[in-house]
Design a protein around this ligand. Structure first.
Ligand code: GLU
Length: 437
């Protein structure tokens, strides 16, 4: 794993966005570092703070055994990375996927720091991952993996330390198991140790659809800003998991026309609009979107280059790259996923005048409602769904305007504005707290 060792702070060099190698372009950690360096330079960030904020403050790697259904023993590798805890407890999801790597988890943890700072909620940034394929594991195996992984990292978790949440490959059931395992060790029920739990275990109303909800709010804001009508606004969504399906459903309910859905196993297109509620039902029944009778089957990669007003990638990293960015035909790129666009693609999008709503702003609805969940758990008093959504609308709209104003005032693109705003907030807190010695 030599290539995964971080360079010591004293030997760190700036990552130049313009000279990223093809390998670096696709490495989420390098992509994050390139944007961080660019934004920090624009901010004239003090070199000491640059070193502090450039790399994660804690990285945990665990290899743990699990009994499989067939009686065999398997060893899994899990990570939990705390990027910053300057503004509050670490916060961020746990991802279960076969290709999880330490560099990916590092990048995701840093993005959580910047995301929480952009929406100004009192959390740092963290992320976890376990290398496994949840599609190939039984419920029992998933439960044993989750409980053992939790036990391995338990001293670093807690409502005041680090609060996980769902991410790709995990859901509210995973959070229930983590909450229970942590509570068993503490000898008391501690529901604020995770967010994204089932509502009856202290979850927040509105949390499941929150990322999609936030995406719909920033799309509305972008249309207002660009003076574009909702009517006739064509949307293509890539990814139909929790984020993509909720975003598509909420946008369709608001009057947007969702003309395309690109899933990992195929694309769907209907120029008159896809009936998203029917598609959700179809997928529940058949476990796939392919074969849906209300749309034409198309190539999932080509679909990203179809003409539309909004392209909304909502799956994973490296979807918009230097290979396809020039062929995009959208007016707005709204990033539902974390890191869907590479730094080299950013330049191409700028040249094409595509309006980018960057991930650390666009998909922050999830963690914002996680914050509400954590607050409600600690109060022991729960809000109605409309209270949650009203507060979410307010934070998302305000954060959108903050980023746009910052971009205008500093003559930078929206992504760099979001990074600068976030880095400035985290640096300010770090400087104010001082360096403990
Ligand atoms: N996994 C989500 C994200 O990437 C949510 C994190 C959270 O709620 O803590 O933003």
């Amino acid at each position: 794993m030599a290539e995964e060792q971080l360079i010591p702070a004293t030997e760190q060099k700036e990552t130049d966005m313009a000279t990223l190698t093809p390998e670096q372009e696709m490495n989420p950690w390098d992509a994050q570092a390139a944007r961080f360096d660019f934004a920090a330079k624009k901010l004239n960030l003090d070199s000491g703070l640059w070193k502090v904020l450039r790399q994660p403050c804690r990285e945990i790697i665990v290899h743990f055994p699990v009994s499989m259904d067939d009686g065999s023993i398997e060893v899994f590798t899990g990570y939990r990375v705390h990027h910053s805890v300057a503004r509050g407890p670490g916060k961020g999801g746990i991802r279960y996927a076969p290709d999880v790597s330490l560099d990916e988890v590092r990048a995701l943890a840093s993005w959580m720091t910047w995301k929480c700072a952009v929406v100004n909620i009192p959390f740092g940034g963290a992320k976890g991952g376990v290398i496994c394929d949840p599609k190939k594991l039984s419920q029992g195996e998933l439960e044993r993996i989750t409980r053992r992984y939790t036990a391995e990292i338990i001293e670093f978790l807690g409502p005041e330390k680090d609060v996980p949440a769902p991410d790709m490959g995990t859901d509210e059931q995973t959070m229930a198991w983590i909450m229970d395992t942590y509570s068993m060790h503490m000898r008391q029920t501690v529901n604020a140790v995770v967010t994204g739990k089932p509502v009856n275990l202290g979850g927040s109303r509105g949390r499941t659809a929150a990322t999609g909800h936030g995406l719909a709010v920033v799309c509305d804001e972008a249309l207002k800003l660009l003076e574009m009508p909702v009517e006739g606004c064509r949307v293509i969504v890539q990814g139909f998991g929790n984020v993509g399906s909720n975003a598509a459903r909420l946008l369709a309910d608001k009057g947007y026309t969702v003309i395309g859905i690109a899933e990992y196993d195929g694309g769907l297109y209907n120029s008159n609009g896809i009936d998203i509620h029917a598609l959700v039902e179809y997928r529940k029944r058949t476990r796939t979107v392919t074969g849906f009778p209300g749309a034409q089957a198309v190539d999932k990669d080509e679909l990203l280059t179809y003409e539309c007003e909004i392209l909304l990638p909502a799956a994973t990293e490296n979807v918009i790259t230097s290979h396809n960015a020039a062929r995009l035909r959208c007016r707005i790129l709204c990033e539902g996923a974390n890191g869907p666009t590479t730094p080299l693609a950013d330049d191409i999008l700028s040249d094409k005048k595509i309006f980018v709503i960057p991930d650390i702003l666009a998909n922050a609805g999830g963690v914002t409602t996680s914050y509400f969940e954590w607050v409600q758990d600690r109060m022991g008093y729960f809000w109605t769904e409309s209270e949650v959504n009203q507060r979410l609308d307010h934070i998302m709209s305000e954060s959108f305007r903050d980023v746009i104003t910052y971009a205008r005032n500093h003559q930078v693109n929206n992504r760099i504005a979001a990074y600068m705003l976030a880095i400035d907030r985290v640096a300010y807190t770090t400087r104010q707290r001082g360096i403990y010695a």
